[in-house]
Design a protein around this ligand. Structure first.
Ligand code: FAD
Length: 341
């Protein structure tokens, strides 16, 4: 049995951790946040509203991922979102919105982070721990946090954090991996969480908005299991977010709220209150072609949506690939056909 440290309790890290634990290894997950999910997080407001302010929904193409999603559905943490999705062309308003082709769109239930919460239940996860360095001595990897405290010695380490943060961690311990991680660029995303006093007169539950700072708007309470209070999430375009990444929450949020009201032809009173959140590393653009990065001797691996493909599905598949890589290294075996939870 190997002792394996996993940095990051987003979907990729937890997927890798669960697969490694299933194979009989001792796994310790460390995350700087307050809970699991990373970019699949959910923000809760004092009045009981909740907002999926990161990932909105996910789609399924790969068979392995499809098996995991079926298992999550059976476990009651995922359902299809039957919301009506549409798109608005540049220069157009809501009146000209066109319905998008229906396809299965999945969400966590009762919140986007439900899958990660389920996975963490059977794993040891330490939250509020920001790993600042990784070093190697006598065949062991040592992790230290940003206070300089030792967070354990491991036979292997999985780095499951966004590419720029992975590059920093890899700088001294595996410079060649750091260089690869730096090739995966990540765009930022400004998000607005808007609490509305009344139902907005918008027939769509999710809208792709083209031609302006906004890229997406969604009625969060149209997703299954959410509190019945009109709550919208707005996402800015990646290019716009990058250009405005250093603005204050108020500055960026004001632009996005004004744009939303204008494109939807709504009065300012349609939104009671709002708050903005900046995702500094939101989406890979581009991701690396490989699903996993590994060190020369194979016991340090990096994974995430920036390895091999974007989005929730890509993060899951990269986590599986990271576990696979370490299992081959330690056991000479690969993963079974488990369902990934
Ligand atoms: C605004 C937005 C909208 C999105 N919309 C969609 C969508 O609609 N559909 C879709 O499929 N995908 C979407 N995505 C992408 C999806 O959320 C990600 O692809 C996926 O969640 C990435 O998972 P991950 O495990 O690779 O990384 P993350 O979820 O980022 O997890 C990384 C974890 O590492 C932790 N961490 C980072 N550095 C350290 C450190 N030094 N020490 C300890 N812990 C650390 C973080 O706290 C985090 O929990 C969206 C993302 C964003 C931000």
């Amino acid at each position: 049995m190997a002792r394996i440290g996993v940095i990051g309790a987003g979907l990729s890290g937890l997927t890798a951790a669960a697969a490694l634990a299933d194979a009989g290894h001792s796994v310790c997950v460390l995350d700087k946040g307050r809970g699991p999910g990373g970019r699949m997080s959910t923000r809760r407001a004092a009045d009981g509203r909740q907002f999926d302010h990161g990932a909105q929904y996910f789609t399924v193409e790969d068979e392995t991922f499809a098996r995991a999603v079926s298992a999550w559905e059976r476990a009651g943490v995922v359902e299809t979102w039957e919301g009506i999705i549409g798109s608005i062309a540049p220069g157009q308003g809501l009146a000209a919105a066109a319905a998008s082709a229906p396809k299965p769109r999945y969400v966590g239930v009762p919140s986007m982070n439900a899958v990660c919460k389920l996975m963490r239940e059977r794993l040891g996860v330490a939250f509020g721990v920001r790993i600042a360095s990784i070093s190697r001595r006598e065949m062991q990897w040592t992790l230290r946090d940003d206070l300089g405290d030792d967070r354990g010695e491991f036979d292997a380490v999985v780095i499951a954090v966004p590419a720029p943060q992975a590059a920093l961690l890899l700088e001294t311990s595996a410079p060649e991996m750091a260089e690869s991680a730096r090739r995966a660029k990540m765009r930022s995303c400004w998000a607005v969480m808007a609490a509305c006093p009344d139902l907005l007169p918008i027939e769509f539950d999710g809208l792709f908005i083209n031609g302006g700072p906004l890229a997406w708007a969604a009625r969060d309470n149209s997703k299954p299991g959410r509190p019945a209070m009109e709550s919208w999430v707005l996402h800015a375009l990646g290019v716009w977010s990058d250009e405005h990444v250093d603005e204050s929450q108020e500055q960026a949020g004001n632009v996005l709220v004004s744009e939303f009201l204008e494109r939807m032809d709504l009065p300012a009173s349609a939104i009671g209150s709002w708050t903005a959140h900046r995702w500094r590393y939101a989406l890979p653009d581009p991701a690396l072609p490989s699903r996993v990065l590994e060190s020369a001797e194979g016991s340090l691996v990096a994974c995430g949506d920036w390895c091999g493909g974007p989005r929730v599905e890509g993060a899951f598949l990269s986590g599986i690939a990271a576990a696979h890589q370490l299992l081959e290294q330690f056991d000479g075996t690969s993963l079974g056909s488990g369902d990934g939870i």
